[in-house]
Design a protein around this ligand. Structure first.
Ligand SMILES: C[S@@+](CC[C@H](N)C(=O)[O-])C[C@H]1O[C@@H](n2cnc3c(N)ncnc32)[C@H](O)[C@@H]1O
Length: 290
């Protein structure tokens, strides 16, 4: 019997991490962290254990995968699409180019819902993408249920996989729909992080080069980026239980306008800052009729 030996190379991991970091230093704010994430992912070593061994033998095919990952990163492909996942609160979410990469600030929306709607158990997540918000809500709030819509069939496929991977399939119903579910149901909270970049914005590269890899349908909206807030707020009352409310993520300069759209639709609204100090969230409740 002929035994095949895989080609291997002896590598000093600390040095390898420094070399990768050097290559990435003009591409990212966190080159060293990214280099460790790449090594940890492709070598299947927990990030905290990376430096337990100085010199290790690595299969050449793994080394080649690492070099390919660096090439892609140098071409601005987001790290999360390269490694195929993004940690989000308690979940590890699969991501690919069919879904927006959930942002760190979006994690805060779950705390906001818990704080301002502490008894809420039924949720509608509009534009669920990878399922980040819907899945975190049902994972973290006991006896809760979420309907999650998206207009992208491919995004819903990713969200459903994430539900399965995280054992949450029975707690979320994913629906292909234009904003609201087809069947009329009532919810405690409607939450949405809709597309909000002004479609006429021509200076996208100022936001980031990575954004070109993300699905356009997840990013852009008409009417200075406000289209989806207007649509959702004008129809929300048909889907909200008494004492229910809405929580939105908004673009960095949109909070005031979204509050105004809410007030014009008979909601009382206020905005909140995210961890970076940007007015990022808007909370609305139906105004009480006297
Ligand atoms: C900004 S992404 C948010 C994804 C995810 N909720 C998150 O926070 O990471 C917006 C999502 O809205 C979806 N979307 C765009 N237009 C829509 C529509 N008319 N109805 C439902 N979903 C829509 C996009 O496909 C995308 O998944």
């Amino acid at each position: 019997m002929i035994r095949k030996f895989k080609k291997k190379k002896t590598v000093n991991l600390k040095q390898f991490a420094r070399d990768i970091s050097d290559q990435l230093k003009n591409k990212t704010d966190n080159p060293f962290l990214e280099s460790k994430i790449i090594l940890s992912h492709f070598l299947e070593i927990d990030i905290k254990d990376l430096y337990l061994f100085d010199n290790i033998e690595i299969d050449m095919d793994k080394i080649n995968s690492i070099y390919e990952a660096i090439e892609l990163r140098l071409k601005n492909k987001p790290l999360e699409y390269i490694i195929g996942y993004k940690p989000f609160r308690l979940l590890k979410l699969k991501v690919n180019e069919d879904v927006l990469i959930p942002r760190n600030e979006t994690e805060e929306i779950i705390d906001i819902i818990k704080k301002f709607f502490p008894r809420a158990k039924t949720f509608l997540d509009i534009g669920t993408g990878s399922g980040a918000i819907a899945l975190s809500l049902v994972r973290e709030i006991e006896n809760s249920f979420c309907v999650a819509t998206d207009i992208s069939e491919r995004a819903l496929m990713v969200a459903k996989e994430n539900a399965k991977e995280n054992n949450l399939e029975n707690k979320v119903s994913f629906e292909l729909a234009d904003l609201f579910p087809l069947e009329k149901k009532m919810f405690d909270v409607i939450v949405s992080n809709p597309p909000y970049i002004d479609i006429s914005n021509t200076k996208l590269s100022l936001i980031s080069k990575e954004i070109y890899f993300e699905p356009k349908i997840a990013l852009f909206a008409e009417n200075k980026g406000l289209y989806f807030y207007e649509k959702i707020l004008s129809k929300a009352k048909d889907f909200l239980l008494f004492d229910g409310g809405l929580v939105f993520e908004v673009g960095f300069n949109q909070a005031k306008e979204v509050v105004e759209i809410g007030e014009a639709n008979n909601f009382s609204c206020f905005s909140l800052k995210d961890l970076y100090g940007v007015e990022r969230f808007v909370v609305c409740r139906a105004k009480m009729i006297k």
